[in-house]
Design a protein around this ligand. Structure first.
Ligand SMILES: [Zn+2]
Length: 281
């Protein structure tokens, strides 16, 4: 059985790294979308495009290591986190930050074109209060990232403020405006609004809490599951643990909330459609 966690971070400095991946595997997990954290987390300053580029290369190496040293098949997702942009804009000014992040995103696109990564992410807009101009610039960068993904025909994973139906509809408009295939746009940390997401075409990646997944499956199986595991020993329990997606999937299959077809759809067909990759056992 294929089980994918669609949004998982690893941190070789502050976290368990390979041990977390092995825990995921022992629980029954087979595939991981490993998402770039921040340049700072990887030991780079995050003050210019080159820092982000080096951090992305570092991230690709981490993913290669997972593929070499564990049983799990890992894919890389690379980008510049919206919080990194906000920080840089505060330190060095908006225009400078914008142009450095744009260059970095172009590098993320290159990694997708070389098939070293399968998506640009997480990009988007901050989940906390920022000035009007930083907010507008974040949206501009989000659109830029989407247009790069459109050009490369790869996916994006979006980080945003907390989401509801109205926000999904707003995002749907942005997706149309950019012209990217809507199913290439993944809303990471999505609430279980499966029906609305389907209407606007965006793909929801739903946090794998019991409550969320129970609500999601009532609305259909057009979604993916994630933990947003952050792999930070100093913040245990800040997010769901590495074993959650396989454990939840198996439990839901056992208690009849998921059918075998649901599992197949959520963990194999949906990611195949979104990322254009084959997930093999
Ligand atoms: Zn994340």
């Amino acid at each position: 059985m294929i089980i994918l966690d669609n949004h998982f971070h690893v941190d070789p400095y502050k976290g368990l790294f390979l041990e977390a991946v092995k825990q995921f595997h022992r629980a029954g997990g087979t595939h991981l979308n490993v998402v770039y954290k921040t340049a700072h987390d990887y030991g780079f300053e995050g003050m210019k495009a080159e820092d982000f580029i080096k951090a992305m290369d570092f991230h690709i190496k981490l993913v290669e290591k997972i593929n070499k040293e564990t049983e799990v098949r890992a894919f890389a997702v690379v980008g510049v986190h919206p919080a990194e942009f906000v920080y840089l804009a505060e330190k060095k000014g908006l225009e400078y930050a914008k142009s450095e992040v744009m260059r970095a995103l172009e590098y993320a696109q290159k990694l997708c074109l070389e098939r070293k990564a399968i998506a640009i992410g997480e990009i988007g807009r901050p989940h906390y209060e920022v000035s009007e101009e930083v907010w507008e610039a974040s949206i501009e960068l989000m659109k830029y990232g989407m247009s790069l993904a459109k050009e490369a025909d790869c996916a994006v994973q979006l980080h945003t403020e907390s989401f509801n139906e109205e926000k999904f509809r707003e995002l749907g408009k942005i997706v149309k405006e950019v012209g990217i295939k809507p199913y290439r746009v993944v809303k990471h940390f999505s609430p279980p609004l499966v029906k609305v997401a389907k209407e606007v075409g965006v793909f929801p990646s739903i946090i794998a809490s019991k409550k969320n997944i129970a609500e999601a499956i009532k609305q259909g199986n057009r979604f993916m599951m994630e933990t947003d595991y952050i792999d930070d020993k100093r913040r245990p329990g800040a997010v769901l643990g590495p074993k959650t997606v396989p454990k939840r999937t198996k439990a839901f299959l056992q208690n009849g909330l998921f059918s075998e077809e649901d599992v197949y759809k959520i963990h194999m067909e949906n990611p195949k459609k979104v990322y254009g990759v084959e997930l093999e056992e």
